[in-house]
Design a protein around this ligand. Structure first.
Ligand code: MN
Ligand code: MN
Length: 296
């Protein structure tokens, strides 16, 4: 099922691991720029750039038990059913990690896969909330004739799975998507709000609002286009006026104590000189350090 390619310092066995990384090399519904299927391995390669020591937390990542399962083998998927099959395989792997009391870290791939992760968590926990960092609302009912598309992932999560879902960093959507958000009380915060009030304030509001709806734990999804294209040009749908990398780091540090699953998606390595994959790998490492520090 898995081919081998290992994230830096992910040298633990599966049995001993607290964190389990796997890649979902899937970009079949991508609309503007494909290539996110290459991102899991690009992030793995980039992860070797960094020191193992995180000075903010005083943690050396070599002391944290992390296992890398490699990438899901999606090569044999039937074209007509490929999205559903990908979602099932992704969900099964996440479900296995939950069952074994591990924190799954999913390297995308396009944003569509987050639905499979969220479905696995919602099935397991009735107190899960979802935080999605994204430039886009992703609230379309369907896109280019496809319902399970990267452009619909937040809509599908909210319609099918849970209303405990908050979007942060938004600056793009159709008139219909904004109207849907308004009419349905969707919790979302714009990139300008993050810029004006600071990520700590926005993240606090989001966590409190999810908590008011009963969430006691969080699944965190980062669509990399939430970051300004000046910092992360290699993404599927770049959108100017975005977040600073420090905003992402702040979001991860704040959310980490509550986070029980994490994904980073939509990096498209062919469209830059490695900056986006380097940032993605660094955010994964920050999450591992932050989660390890705050909860032993
Ligand atoms: Mn998205
Ligand atoms: Mn997006």
């Amino acid at each position: 099922m898995f081919e081998r390619c290992v994230f830096a310092d992910a040298v633990s066995t599966y049995e001993d691991a607290r964190f389990v990384i796997f890649g979902v090399p899937f970009d079949a519904t991508s609309s503007f720029r494909r290539g996110s299927a290459e991102a899991p391995d690009a992030m793995r390669k980039a992860s070797y750039n960094f020191e193992t020591y995180n000075d903010f937390y005083g943690i050396d990542l070599t002391s944290v038990p992390v296992h890398d399962l490699g990438n899901l083998d999606l090569s044999y998927l039937d074209l007509d059913r490929c999205v559903d099959d990908m979602l099932c395989m992704t969900g099964d792997t996440v479900r296995g990690a939950i069952r074994d009391s591990k924190v799954p870290i999913v390297l995308g791939g396009e944003h569509t896969l987050t639905y499979g992760c969220a479905r696995a968590f919602v099935e397991q926990y009735d107190d899960i909330g979802i935080i999605i960092l994204d430039a886009h609302l992703d609230l379309r009912d369907e896109y280019l004739g496809v319902k399970q598309s990267h452009a619909c992932v937040s809509r599908n999560i909210i319609d099918d799975l849970t209303d405990r879902c908050a979007l942060i960093g938004v600056r793009s959507g159709s008139a219909e998507e904004y109207r849907y958000a308004e009419e349905n009380g969707i919790m979302w915060h714009s990139a300008d709000e993050v810029s004006d009030a600071g990520m700590e304030s926005v993240m606090r509001q989001a966590i409190d609002a999810l908590s008011d709806r009963g969430a006691r734990r969080i699944y965190l999804s980062i669509d990399s286009d939430v970051i300004d294209p000046g910092y992360a040009p290699g993404v599927g749908n770049p959108e100017p006026f975005g977040l600073d990398p420090r905003d992402l780091r702040a979001a991860i540090r704040m959310a980490a104590p509550h986070v029980c699953g994490f994904d980073i998606v939509e990096i498209s390595p062919g469209y830059d000189h490695g900056e986006s994959a380097i940032l993605g790998a660094r955010l994964v490492r920050e999450f591992i350090a932050a989660k390890s520090a705050r909860q032993g």
